[in-house]
Structure formats: structure tokens, C-alpha cells
Design a binder for this molecule. Sequence first.
Ligand code: CU
Ligand code: CA
Ligand code: CU
Length: 351
Amino acid sequence: MKRPLHSASVMPSRRGMLFGAAAAAAVPLSMLGRGQAVAQQDPMDHTTMAPGSASNHGGHAGFPSGSVPPGRAGFDPTAILRDFDKGTVSTLPDGRTLREWDITAYDRDIEIAPGVTFPGWTYNGRIPGPSLWAREGDALRIHFTNAGSHPHTIHFHGVHRAEMDGTAGIGAGSILPGQRFTYEFDAEPFGTHLYHCHQSPLAPHIAKGLYGAFIVEPKAGRPEADEMIMVMNGYNTDGGDDNEFYSVNGLPFHFMDHPVQVTKGQLVRIHLINILEYDPINSFHVHANFFHYYPTGTSLTPSEYTDTIMQAQGQRGILEMRFPHPGKYMFHAHKTEFAELGWMGFFEVSE
Ligand code: CU
Ligand code: CA
Ligand code: CU
């Protein structure tokens, strides 16, 4: 399928901007994905596709899409899927479990797509930051160090006192570069939550990469499952107030090239979180299957049986499903633009 690209002299589309950003990066051809190498040979050829756009829909399952190798990005979305960080665990005098984490904010340039470097602000060097896991009622301490170039906070969703809310101007408020603060609160309510920086101006402080998952397991637990985390985000690589890339767990198109491996018939539980800035709504759609949806994960009874849900920024929920047949099944934003700019992937179901 041929898809025209816009030159710089016409009203630039986001896909056109994406192409321009990648072409301007001037990285060796050997480091580029296939589509991008073609684009560099003739940047004015209007028949070439944008790097990583995977717009050759004729290919369907298995087509290469130009995700950056995790080793070059410095983190791996596949590892993030099942990386629940339970912290350093000890027991308080009253018998309760105490979980502690060290989180450091620092600036880091990340190659998010082949030849495209994003000047990120990170928690612990990755986007999204670590996925914190606790059991309902645990005592939590998050030791935060700001080693970045701007004031930051960590604002947790959950129930806690005002001074632990990580909001500029309240309690410790903004944590300045070089400063530390310990956030301390209990894990409640159970559910799938998130945390993010709440420093003004808020949009760039979130969009630069300061966010992560915060999972509170019910006291009685949930049924055994292959449990995973998917954080939906975007990247504004060229300024303005729109995104040029979209992803799950930080790297556009990653799960096209590295499908999520699942087992036929096994219960799959996905903690899905939308932190996308600049666009009002994100969505999740799975092919050839349906899932039970638990909004915010705060109830043990699903509210819906469907194959598509949407989330505004900050919304999240749990999806539970079983794949009855082996094979490769797409999942993606049911917003074509987001999908074509990186938010698409595969489940690969084996016997
Ligand atoms: Cu910040
Ligand atoms: Ca932009
Ligand atoms: Cu929030």
C-alpha cells in the first residue's frame, strides 16, 4: 500500500513530522530499520512509508515494523510486562508488612524508535518507571531522590494524607534537584493505580516520561493468572501539543516484533493504564477474543464483557481473558492513527 508523505513545505502531518525527525537523525544505515533505510535513500520519494509506520497492511501477521532493539533503548517492554517490583520487605512492630522503594528521577536520552532519540525525564531510567506492587493494607515508603534538572514530585493515586500527595505547594511539595523526600502511606484501596509527577507545568512533566504503575493486590488475592502490566503512553518528539509516537510499555511497535507470549487456555490478567498526554482518549482492542473488564481493578466483579475499551488519561483497569486457540492475535489502540504510530502488537498463543 502506498502512503504519501508530506514534505516540509506543506502543512506537516504528524506522520510527516515523524519521518522528518527520523531522517534528520543521520544515524548509520546499518542501525536503521528496513523502512527507514529506504526512506533515507530518497527522502523525497513520496511512495516510501514513514519509518516504523507499519503501513503495509497487506503483510498482516509478522510484518516487520521497525521497533528499536531494547538493548539500545536501555529497557525492555517485554520485561516490564511481568516486572512487579515488590520492594524491600520488612515487618513493622505491629506486625504489618512494610515495603520500601528507592526511586530516582533523572534525565535520560532514550532511543525510542530507530534513529529517534527522545530527551526523557525518567523514574529510575526507564519509561514507564518501575511498577510498584503491594498488598492491600501494607505500609509503604517511597524514598524519592530528584537527580534531574527540574523540580519534580511523585503523586500517587490512592488514599493518603494531603502532605503525602506529591502535589506542588502542599506538604513537601516540589522536590528540587538534589533534594530527597520519603512518601509514606498505606496501600489502599486495592486496584490498579498509577503514579506520576505533579509539578507544574503538568503536561510536559508527565509527557517526558515521569509515570508508572502502582498495583494494590486485594488482601485475599485474585485467582492464579499470567499477570502483566501494560502502560499506554505517547511521545511528543517535535514540540507542539501532539504526539509523534504511541506505545505500550515505552517502545513503539515493540510487541509487533516481540509478541506477548501466552499459553492457550490460561487466564491472562492485564493491568492496563493510560497515562497518554495531549490526546484525550486512548483505547485497547484485542482481535478474535473477548475479555472481562474491571474498571480501576477496585471490584472483584467485572463490569463488562467486550473486546474494546477506552480510557481517559489516568484511567486504568484490569482485563481478564483466555485464548482458546493457538496463533498470533493483534492488540492495538482502536484509533488507527495511534496504532500506525506505534500502539499495536501481537499476542502469540502456544499450546
Ligand atoms: Cu516533574
Ligand atoms: Ca509534536
Ligand atoms: Cu494522576
